[in-house]
Design a protein around this ligand. Structure first.
Ligand code: SF4
Length: 393
């Protein structure tokens, strides 16, 4: 029996590029959507065959880009193709990322009908000036409306993405966005500190002194303030930047992302998607036309490797152990279980990484709870990357 996988499908289309975004996504190419989806379904069939059509799939995630630009009937055909080629487990989490400026009540009702059960809205900020600076296509009123419609349609697992450390942003402004986000009563909130990425308009503006470079001390203060407010409002932090509403019946953590953080396998499909399966990490070609053309020319029945996966890296056992520590420590409460790690790799992390763990514990950055869970201390959350780097050669 194959190990259950998650599935990520990349939708690299946006109505307009945001000023801060360096994701693999394109605007002005929406006329290619039907052809792209057709080739995406061929890639689904390809992986289905590779796993003799019996690979269990426990989560399906459409990310982007702006997946909510895709019509419901096209999503329906993709989900049917996945069901025909894989064993989608009962109650699988099926999510999509949505831009609040692209949805209607009817569209959201249709998504729920065809099987989506989680939706993630890029709200980002409630301040109109920052929405403009970021180049978002929606205003805050549209965000409120989109979330109301999602609830009215029947979605009961909704995430909001919020960005902080915007150029010149004050703590008070960030507090307002958080409070506005909390007022929307969603089940999950993800916090992102704005990164000024090269080759983006925002990077140019910062370089030219037109906007301020975000202050890292202030960013840390904003994170701490958000953490406190979210916890006071019934949320729990389960990954450094991700919070879920604590509920006795439903686990609102993002099951798809948990698969990544537990370093478990997933297929990545679509232009620029990444995957990790059978001990191999791969990355698909980025360009939409390149993806479409390579898929078109491929023979699905005879290909041994995916026609669109251009970078393939075999992950040896030691690298897999390093990666398990690096991603697992992001899970601030679950951490890395010594028992689970030892079962998976036939070696204890306390022996393999004795020096690193000792150093981090002496510096109060790691703790071991109940004799089994290795996890970050609260102080280490903001230093996450410095901790994770200890596990790199
Ligand atoms: S909508 Fe999202 S993916 Fe598209 S350009 Fe903006 S930030 Fe990037």
């Amino acid at each position: 029996m194959n190990e259950a996988h998650s599935m990520y499908l990349h939708i690299p289309f946006c109505q307009k590029r945001c000023s801060y975004c360096d994701f693999n996504t394109f605007s002005g190419l929406n006329h290619l959507i039907p052809t792209y989806i057709h080739q995406l379904k061929r890639e689904i069939s390809f992986y289905g065959k590779q796993f003799a059509n019996d690979l269990p799939v426990k989560t399906i995630f459409f990310g982007g880009g702006t997946p909510s630009l895709i019509e419901g009937k096209l999503f329906k055909s993709i989900l049917e193709k996945i069901s025909d080629n894989f064993c989608v487990v009962a109650n699988a989490e099926i999510s999509l990322e949505a831009n609040p400026g692209t949805v209607t009540l009817e569209y959201l009702q249709n998504l729920l009908e065809i099987g989506f059960n989680r939706i993630s809205f890029g709200l980002q900020t409630s301040n109109p000036l920052y929405l403009k600076l970021l180049g978002r296509i929606h205003d805050h009123y549209q965000s409120i409306q989109a979330i109301q419609w999602a609830k009215q349609a029947g979605f009961s697992n909704i995430n909001l993405d919020l960005i902080y450390a915007l150029p010149g942003q004050t703590i008070d402004d960030w507090k307002r966005t958080l409070e506005d986000g909390l007022n929307l009563s969603t089940q999950h909130i993800s916090l992102y500190s704005l990164g000024i990425e090269e080759n983006t308009p925002l990077h140019d503006w910062v370089e030219k002194g037109m906007v301020e470079n975000p202050d890292s001390d202030l960013a840390a203060e904003m994170y701490e303030w958000a953490d406190q407010l979210l916890v006071e409002n019934g949320f729990a932090c389960y990954e450094i930047s991700n919070y879920y509403k604590v509920d006795e019946i439903t686990d609102y953590r993002c099951q798809h992302n948990l698969q990544y953080w537990r370093n478990q396998p997933y297929l990545g499909l679509g232009a620029g998607a990444h995957g990790f399966s059978n001990g191999v990490r791969y990355e698909n070609v980025n360009g939409i036309m390149e993806y479409i053309n390579l898929q078109k020319g491929a023979s699905l029945s005879s290909a041994l490797n995916s026609p669109v996966a251009k970078i393939l890296t075999e992950v040896d056992s030691f690298t897999a152990m390093q990666e398990t520590m690096m991603v697992g420590l992001r899970l601030v409460s679950e951490g890395v279980s010594i028992l689970e790690f030892s079962k998976r790799f036939s070696a204890s992390p306390l022996e393999i990484f004795a020096k690193e763990i000792d150093f981090l514990m002496k510096n109060q950055l790691l703790e071991i709870v109940d004799g089994d869970i290795i996890r970050l201390t609260k102080n280490a959350r903001l230093l996450g990357n410095q901790v994770f780097m200890q596990f790199v050669d």
